[in-house]
Design a protein around this ligand. Structure first.
Ligand SMILES: Nc1ncnc2c1ncn2[C@@H]1O[C@H](COP(=O)(O)OP(=O)(O)OP(=O)(O)O)[C@@H](O)[C@H]1O
Ligand SMILES: [Zn+2]
Length: 440
């Protein structure tokens, strides 16, 4: 082609390719399903086919499960939201145990940094939707069950549509953000469905069942969202692969227990797993809060609310520091690249991340250390900067570096230093300047 494509043309082509890929995957799924041999009826049992009896025999012979439990599983309908670190092991065990219909929802595609813990996805799945990768693996594991992969974001509209279309026996919250947690909680309370909720970060995991029998819901325990700056996800704090493996597996266990009506469901208590000391702890929770806005005796939340706004406007928001970084101090990576050779560059990421990868000739001064000793840092800065007037602050995505600038802004006001924040941080640097720099 002898002309440059316009951005809109490129976008259009990308959309066309995506549509073709989606269609191809849909047809592959159809073909796979058609190629599966239908199970043969068993003359010796009128509920299960011969293969099913053999397949589930090791759990069916247990008194806790029995044929009644297995039949309940076969007729059950489970929704898993989030096919990441928790959703993968949860889906694996629910599919292998014979849950009749499993709906998988996630909007995201597989990334290389996911697969150390998101065990349904493998190297050849990178860049494809997580739900498609999960579908393919689970169908090969157990083609007798129905799996519905939905590549979509769970929001008010989609969750309402889902819950109107089917009666779920149980919902698993395998997501990683507070707004979705409140949304799923409220949707489950309003539709009277138990919610198995898990979380995992670094070496620790937590698990509980909300809105089951007279147990509390998420809102009963946390009527106000936590301050956004106190919430860390795996992307920021890291996580050891087996931790969500343990918690996701336990989420599947609780879901199975709910379906087969076992005793000992994890309601009104929290299970905390500490992988560092290999210990499990049970923390007793309050009973349902009669004043809870959604599950209380006189609820005020009768339909879904705006969850993003609710999480932003929490009482704690007021303590978020005021941004005093001037627009001219916000520079892009292209400008940074031009100046960095003759400037001082302070990388405010934690020491460990700096060791993982860093730009040459940069100094590491972690943000947490800086905030504990602002005065000491200013002295350090002035000493370092004897040979240059320009100081660039950089971090992974440009947030902590901006906050660092906020902290020291007033202290360097009388010096001859020009301080800048690199917008988009090292992530943008990798995307726009040097693709050899690892994006993580
Ligand atoms: N509202 C939502 N609707 C659908 N899927 C969601 C929603 N919120 C979160 N998820 C999904 O939940 C999953 C959570 O997975 P996990 O906590 O392992 O982190 P991740 O986002 O995949 O990875 P990382 O944090 O390392 O980038 C993700 O796949 C994410 O796309
Ligand atoms: Zn409640």
């Amino acid at each position: 082609m002898d002309r440059n494509l316009q951005k809109s043309e490129v976008d259009e082509l990308k959309q066309d390719i995506q549509k073709l890929k989606d269609e191809l995957r849909r047809k592959e799924r159809l073909l796979f399903e058609l190629q599966q041999k239908p199970l043969e009826n068993c003359p010796y049992n009128n509920i299960f086919k011969r293969d099913e009896i053999v397949r589930y025999s090791r759990q069916m012979i247990m008194s806790e499960m029995g044929t009644d439990g297995q039949e309940a599983l076969k007729n059950s309908n489970v929704l898993i939201v989030g096919i990441g670190g928790l959703g993968c092991p949860a889906a694996l065990y629910l599919a292998s145990s014979g849950v009749g219909k499993l709906t998988l929802v996630d909007y995201d595609t597989v990334e290389l940094s996911n697969i150390h813990r998101q065990i349904l996805h493998s190297e050849e799945n990178i860049d494809i939707p997580k739900v498609d990768s999960a579908y393919a693996k689970l169908k090969r594991l157990n083609h007798n069950i129905k799996i519905v992969p939905l590549r979509q974001l769970i929001n008010n509209t989609t969750v309402e549509r889902l819950m109107k279309s089917t009666k779920y026996d149980v919902v698993l919250d395998c997501t990683d953000n507070v707004a979705t947690r409140y949304l799923l909680n409220d949707a489950c309370v309003l539709n009277n469905i138990p919610l198995v909720s898990g979380s995992a970060l670094q070496m620790e995991g937590q698990l509980t069942v909300y809105h089951y029998m007279d147990g509390p819901c998420y809102r009963c325990l946390f009527p106000v969202p936590p301050p956004p700056e106190t919430v860390t996800n795996c992307g920021d704090g890291g996580v050891l692969g087996p931790i969500p493996g343990v918690i996701g597996t336990l989420q599947a266990l609780e879901a199975i227990k709910i379906i087969i009506k076992s005793e000992g469901i994890l309601t009104s208590r929290f299970l905390i797993f500490d992988g560092a000391s290999s210990t499990f702890r049970n923390v007793k929770l309050r009973k349902r809060n009669k004043d809870c806005e959604v599950c209380g005796d006189s609820p005020t939340i009768l339909t879904l609310i705006n969850y993003e706004q609710f999480c932003r406007s929490s009482a704690h928001d007021k303590v978020v520091d005021i941004n005093i970084v001037k627009p001219e101090q916000q520079v892009d990576v292209e400008y940074f690249e031009k100046c960095k050779g003759t400037s001082l560059v302070i990388d405010v990421r934690p020491e460990l991340e700096f060791k993982m990868c860093s730009l040459p000739s940069t100094i590491n001064y972690p943000f947490t250390k800086l905030t504990k000793n602002v005065g000491g840092f200013t002295e350090f800065l002035k000493n370092q900067a004897k040979t240059t007037e320009n100081v660039f602050f950089i971090c992974r995505r440009g947030n902590d570096s901006q906050r660092a600038l906020n902290y020291i802004q007033n202290d360097v006001i009388d010096s001859n230093l020009n301080v800048y924040n690199v917008k988009g941080g090292l992530r943008d640097y990798a995307l726009k300047i040097d693709s050899n720099f690892p994006i993580y």
